[in-house]
Design a protein around this ligand. Structure first.
Ligand code: NAD
Ligand code: WQD
Length: 341
């Protein structure tokens, strides 16, 4: 099938493009590279031995989207394009609402005009109301604590209402837990701009010596060792989840939501210890205060995805830590390590 992937040059998008190509799909990417590098797509092509089409523009631009759709038979849209930094969204709420909702609305309008009805959306575990019992199932109460989360919840609402209004639509909302790791080749991975917000890139850059010390955000949570517990999922497993969602959309209409997580939580100290052990490196850390907005424990109930999509995570925490390190070691400055960059 011909699949349009917005945000395909980014972390999760690039890994998903690779799995789509490997599975024999045709891939067109729309990305304006505001948070990514075109080298990621070149490497996706090199690893897969297949080519994809790349269009560099803002995915909120309906006129340019129309031109891409006019080039023929797109069967499905996978929508990754968006801004994703929680802290930044508190400072720049209008940018987040405009971009994350604007791209989603533009795609929906063009798809409806062009008769394309399969839509897979990148949502997030951040849409669950704090205080939900763990593991968190799709039916848990929703509610957010920051503008980024609200953009995801609003997009979920828009897509749910769209599917309810037009029975031809098949919408799959995927709520990712904490994607980490990198493709096993070590050639594509996470390449955050500036100082990372997320734990794993902070760990890999500290292990490299690029950052001096990791600050553990709090050790007084109600968890076995006091540090925050999260459901880390290998980005390749997550990418494969999109292929399962694509298959599902072929035989179902309406709108369905799935957690994509492993169902198992690890604490910050456990992650540091696994990372050090499997990679034979040290990660200097200090214990700091809690990070505002953080909760103690979040992990998924992934049983709905297993039952309805036939998907479950295959790769464990050791592979996640090993693959993240292989990528970081081989690309100390991310895609900018590349000679042609
Ligand atoms: P990323 O920043 O690496 O990828 C997003 C891509 O979208 C980038 O290549 C960026 O250049 C592009 N983009 C952004 N706005 C655009 C626009 N208006 N037009 C065209 N391209 C645009 O992020 P990621 O980690 O790969 O996340 C992908 C999606 O998954 C996002 O929607 C994010 O909110 C969601 N998500 C991510 C996580 C996570 O922890 N990484 C967790 C849950 C959900
Ligand atoms: C994980 C754990 C931190 C950095 C965020 C978004 C969420 C989703 C995924 C998009 C927590 C601790 C972290 C550090 C630390 N993104 N930590 N020192 O906060 O679970 O989720 O990314 O949808 O919306 O909120 O992920 O990687 O930032 O933190 O101790 O330098 O690591 O406190 O316990 P989080 P994270």
């Amino acid at each position: 099938m011909k699949v349009l992937v917005t945000g395909g040059a980014g972390f999760i998008g690039s890994h998903t493009c690779l799995e789509l190509l490997k599975a024999g799909h045709e891939v067109s990417v729309v990305d304006d590279l505001r948070n990514s590098h075109p080298e990621s797509l070149k490497r996706v092509e090199a690893i897969s031995g297949k080519s994809l089409r790349f269009y560099r523009f803002d995915a909120a631009d309906e006129a340019q989207l129309e031109e891409v759709f006019a080039q023929g038979e797109i069967g499905c849209v996978i929508h990754f394009a968006g801004l994703k930094a929680v802290g930044e969204s508190v400072r720049l709420p209008l940018e987040y609402y405009a971009n994350n909702i604007g791209t989603t609305l533009a795609l929906c309008r063009v798809m409806k005009r062009r008769g394309v009805f399969r839509f897979i959306f990148s949502s997030s575990a951040t849409v669950y109301a704090p205080g939900s019992p763990m593991p968190v199932a799709e039916t848990a109460p929703l509610g957010c604590t920051n503008p980024y989360g609200w953009t995801k919840l609003m997009c979920e609402r828009i897509l749910t209402d769209l599917a309810a209004s037009d029975p031809r639509f098949s919408v799959v909302l995927l709520r990712y837990f904490n994607p980490i790791g990198a493709h096993a080749s070590g050639r594509i991975g996470e390449d955050p701009a500036g100082i990372p917000n997320n734990l794993l890139p902070f760990i890999t850059q500290t292990a490299m010596g690029r950052l001096r010390v990791l600050q553990v955000h709090g050790n007084d949570y109600d968890t076995p060792d006091g540090t925050g517990v999260r459901d880390y999922i290998h980005v390749t497993d997550l990418a494969r989840g999109h292929l399962s969602a694509l298959d599902y959309s072929l035989t179902h209409t309406g709108c369905e939501v799935f957690n994509l997580g492993t169902g198992r939580g690890y604490s910050v100290l456990e992650i540091i210890s696994v990372f050090e052990r499997v990679n034979g490196v040290k990660v200097p850390y200090t214990i700091g205060p809690r990070r505002p907005g953080d909760v103690g424990t979040v992990y998924a109930d992934p049983s709905k995805a297993k039952d309805l999509l036939g998907w479950q995570a295959q790769l464990g925490i050791e592979e996640m830590c090993r693959d993240a390190w292989r990528w970081q070691k081989g690309n100390p400055n991310g895609y900018l390590s590349h000679k042609g960059a």
